[in-house]
Design a protein. Structure first.
Length: 183
């Protein structure tokens, strides 16, 4: 009887092992399919971007229709943008990025926000000065997100700032300007 129990246990162990090997092989196949889908999607996005570049009009008006946007608000809470504006008093801000109007996504898993000062408190243009570059992890397929970092996204002195959401290699995705005015 003991010998029969050992044989049954041995057969069950073999079945479990075969099942695990089969399942792992299936997971690898699924991962390969997912990678192929992502590569195809990237190629389609590149083709769409090329088409958009080729058909871009010469109109340089400040319409946000069809363009990705980077803008600012006091905070993003419960799915709501609170206090959207182009002018703020000194303090920390939330940076909003919306690529939906352009029909694109961020396209990368890591981005940086580069803060530069472009005008002084009087509104006079100055030599663009990089204040800081802040890294963030994102999802490549995001087309709308916000960035909050109470220590690094703080604008402490009056002036006009440009914030650029860029890839780690420095390629810009979208940028926007904000004016900080005295209290």
């Amino acid at each position: 009887m003991k010998n029969l129990t050992y044989r049954i246990n041995f057969l069950v162990a073999i079945l479990v092992t075969v099942s695990l090997v089969f399942a792992c092989g299936k997971l690898k196949d699924l991962a390969k399919e997912e990678t192929k889908k992502e590569e195809t999607k990237k190629e389609e996005t590149k083709k769409e971007d090329t088409k958009r570049t080729e058909t871009k009009s010469e109109d340089n008006s400040d319409r946000s229709e069809g363009k990705a946007k980077l803008y600012f608000c006091e905070q993003y809470k419960n799915g709501q943008e609170i206090g959207v504006s182009k002018r703020f008093t000194p303090g920390w801000l939330t940076v909003m990025v919306d690529t939906r109007p352009a029909g694109t996504t961020l396209g990368v898993g890591k981005v940086e926000l580069r803060l530069t000062k472009i005008k002084d408190a009087s509104g006079n243009s100055i030599s663009e000065k990089i204040i800081k570059t802040i890294p963030f992890d994102v999802q490549a397929d995001w087309d709308y997100t916000y960035f909050t970092d109470k220590s690094n996204l703080k604008f402490s002195s009056p002036g006009t700032y440009r914030v650029t959401c860029q890839r780690k290699d420095g390629t810009p995705i979208v940028s926007g300007e904000v004016e900080i005015v005295s209290d």
